[in-house]
Design a protein around this ligand. Sequence first.
Ligand code: AMP
Length: 413
Amino acid sequence: MSFKDLQLNRPILRAIAEKGYDNPTLVQEKTIPVVLNKKDVIVSAQTGTGKTAAFALPILQLLFDKQDAPKKGRKIKALIVSPTRELAIQIAENFEAYATYTTLKSAVIFGGASIDPQKEILRDGVDILIATPGRLLDLHKQDLVNLDYVQTLVLDEADLMLDMGFIDDVKKIERLCPKTKQTLLFSATIPYKVEQLASTILNQPQRIEVAQNSSTSKNVNQLLYFVPKKDKIELGLHLLRNTIKGNIIIFRRTKYGVDKLEKTLLKNSYKVDSIHGDKSQTARQEALNKFKKKEVNILIATDVAARGIDIDNLDAVVNFDLPNVPETYVHRIGRTARAGQTGMAYSLCSADEKTYLLEIQKLIHLQLDIIDDHPYPLDPKAKPIIHKSAKKGSKHKKGRKSEASKKKKKRWY
Ligand code: AMP
């Protein structure tokens, strides 16, 4: 299927071509026609599947069709609610790129940044508004946001939005929009609370599921290193010197862990920056920009700070700490091997993380490839018992040969 088959207008097709998109991704193929049909939809898709364009393109198309090109007094006709500032900015950048050859105007508002410039933009009027919940309600209270003309409401990363405690804000925002609007809900996973929200605010939604919640990309080579906790930093440095190359995101569970590792890497002359919740919005954005511009090639992050952030050409994801929620592993490694590319995921597991590893392998129905050949091995007795239902070996042997398959592997179960 091509984008032309999806009946998108020329200005939009031109912008997509300039972005280098040849064909729609699966989530786009499935979602775009439904949105163009003005139906409500629940889409379960992970980041990296092209889900932003799956709602942005048909929204632009619908608005483009109705466009009477007003220069002033534009009304907000599409509202996209996003849980984090970084995600909101990213969505706004996409809208801007896709709308290059239309006269549609979009803007982004988010907390943690000066409110005055955002007020200014709203006073000028926009067709599409991308917002984080708190700042949106704040500006609405000040009568600077009028949601009476919203035709399409998008709730992006709904599961994260609820995890972050935005449920009441989301419900309030939904009530501020007209009853007749179209609502699109996107979520990496669809837990019960998302279902519940959907059942209260969506109208006979069509369901689109693109990937299993638990699936990891077959293009990611997933390697596992057992290591004593005390040697993790040393192993990390060893791997950065010898094995892990290119643009890398390193995940840690805690803000303290992020700061500690950043200091060590800086001392060792690595080009590194970090993002976590205690950093100001400006500092986080700066770190992200530096990473995107390749001024630094290593970004250390906590999960919430990095969720959904799109970084092109990411070569590797390092799970310096294993996540305590297995789905988080899937989100993390979804950051590499985007849009058909291949990527690497390195996981460092200490004895106290063995339960996390078991949960992850159970979820993804896969054993990670163990690399035993490194200078800081873990005492074999400390290794976990494998879950019986996890399949042995990796299902991603196609393409480049895994580092693990070239090395002699000892089984520990
Ligand atoms: P998303 O899941 O929306 O964060 O998108 C992930 C990445 O895929 C972004 O870098 C997009 O620019 C890119 N992308 C989206 N749609 C396509 C497409 N049809 N072809 C190639 N890349 C795409």
